[in-house]
Design a protein around this ligand. Structure first.
Ligand SMILES: C[S@@+](CC[C@H](N)C(=O)[O-])C[C@H]1O[C@@H](n2cnc3c(N)ncnc32)[C@H](O)[C@@H]1O
Length: 234
């Protein structure tokens, strides 16, 4: 560092977060996720794809025992920095999806995952793409998160995640039910339409089986959902 570089900081709910170059600053979806994830004190919580650690730090502040993962090394470093900056202990691990927590179980698994459907030929390997791109239909990471949840949740445990409504409420419910996770919608919010979505609008419309996007013209908003799947107790 030359000593003449700026430092980007983000303030939220009495906490301060350092936002390094390679890690996406919080967006409307990040705050929506934090407001509705529903962490309870004393819970063992896993956040997959924790970014700069916004939700993870707040969960730790709320009294949960938190393990936060990300596949981007700079994000892992940022989560460690931000935990220290806010005086909380978080177990931060680098890796893909459940790889860093093999054999472990949690009361709550949560994620605000990359979920922007990505047209053929537009996938990339950089951190910005890791934050946004959700594979061809947007479900690439989420399918793996849902698929692995039963073997990583304690009995009665919850999986909580965000989706764009154009990924499909009914699709989300079917995917959860297929893994014996009882589905529920915890929250819904209308947000500004994401800029990257405009570039991919034809692709998004081709996937929007539930008709959440206007058929003509440019959408100015998008609905976001927080979805929960609960594992049975017995
Ligand atoms: C939409 S961002 C959300 C970041 C943060 N949780 C928030 O709400 O602001 C998605 C995050 O998931 C991470 N990610 C992408 N693919 C992943 C994977 N396969 N396993 C773990 N994390 C992943 C990205 O690096 C990024 O930090």
């Amino acid at each position: 560092m030359s000593g003449d570089e700026g430092v980007l900081l983000y303030a939220y709910r009495g906490c301060l977060f350092r936002v390094p170059d390679q890690v996406q600053p919080p967006k409307a979806g990040s705050l929506f996720f934090c407001r509705n994830v529903g962490v309870r004190p004393g819970e063992r919580v896993l956040e997959i794809g924790a970014g700069l650690g916004l939700a993870a730090v707040l969960a730790a502040k709320a009294g949960a025992g938190v393990i936060a993962t990300d596949v981007v090394p700079e994000a892992v470093e940022a989560i460690r920095t931000n935990a220290a900056l806010n005086g909380v202990a978080i177990d931060v691990r680098l890796g893909d999806c459940y790889a860093p927590v093999a054999g472990e179980r949690f009361d709550l698994i949560c994620t605000n995952p990359p979920q922007m459907p990505t047209p053929p030929g537009r996938a990339r390997g950089d951190p910005a793409a890791a934050a946004d791109n959700g594979g061809l239909d947007g479900w690439e990471i989420l399918d793996r998160v849902i698929g692995g949840a039963p073997e990583h949740l304690r009995p009665g445990g919850r999986l909580v995640f965000t989706i764009f409504a154009f990924l499909g409420r009914k699709t989300a419910y079917a995917k959860l039910e297929a893994r014996r996770l009882a589905p529920a919608i915890l929250a819904s919010e209308v947000q500004g339409f994401p800029r990257i979505g405009y570039e991919r609008l034809d692709h998004l419309r081709s996937l929007d089986a539930e008709g959440t996007l206007p058929a003509m013209g440019l959408p100015s908003t998008v609905e976001r959902l927080v979805i929960q799947g609960t594992l049975a107790r017995a």
